[in-house]
Ligand binder design. Structure first.
Ligand code: DAT
Length: 176
């Protein structure tokens, strides 16, 4: 029973998503320190548990075996108190999350961050397009209607503000 499962969590499950480079890793790490919730980096988990089905030569990245990732995460998510970090969100079950934050960055800011990361131009351009067309924001709204918050994350000041807002959301949830 979906509703029962949600009520049984005594700490919320939070999804932090957005295009690569918007600042998910940085925020999740700080948030985990600040709130005591556990940070689940889905890309890292997939690597550790070998959840890849093939390798994409064009993009030079492994292709996720989504079903295997979900199997690996199921028991962990049941515990509650998880901050999930991934650049996609449409394959997780809706019932896993109490709130979703989509981080956003302006395209010039994102361009610089991804160029610094050494992304090849095709991959870089596609990620910028993804951000401009709000692909992940729309994916989030479709997958988790009513619980999605968009946060702009261009500057260190933005990051502090976002950390405060997400931490406050978590504290308020626990009080309810
Ligand atoms: P992601 O995990 O979404 O790919 P990241 O946390 O690795 O992103 O951040 C990408 C780079 O941008 C990294 O060098 C840190 C920097 N960064 C992240 N958030 C920032 C912010 N709010 N202001 C300035 N720089 C930021």
């Amino acid at each position: 029973n979906v509703i029962m499962a949600e009520q049984e969590r005594d700490r919320p499950n939070v999804l932090i998503t957005g295009t690569p480079g918007v600042g998910k890793t940085t925020i999740c790490q700080k948030l985990a320190n600040k709130t005591g919730l556990d940070w689940i980096d889905v890309g890292k988990l997939a690597k550790e548990k070998n959840c890849f089905e093939s390798y994409d030569d064009e993009y030079q990245c492994p292709v996720l075996d989504e079903d295997k990732v979900l199997d690996e995460m199921e028991d962990i998510m049941d515990e509650g108190g998880k901050i999930v970090d991934y650049h996609g969100c449409d394959f997780f079950p809706e019932r896993w999350f109490d709130v979703v934050f989509v981080l956003r960055a302006d395209n010039t800011v994102l361009y610089d961050r991804l160029a610094t990361r050494g992304y090849a131009s095709k991959k870089l351009e596609e990620n910028i397009q993804c951000e401009i067309f709000q692909v992940i924001l729309e994916e989030a709204h479709e997958s988790y209607p009513g619980i999605v918050h968009e946060l702009h994350n261009n500057t260190p000041e933005d990051m502090e503000k976002n950390l405060t807002e997400i931490s406050k959301w978590i504290e308020d949830w626990k009080k309810k």
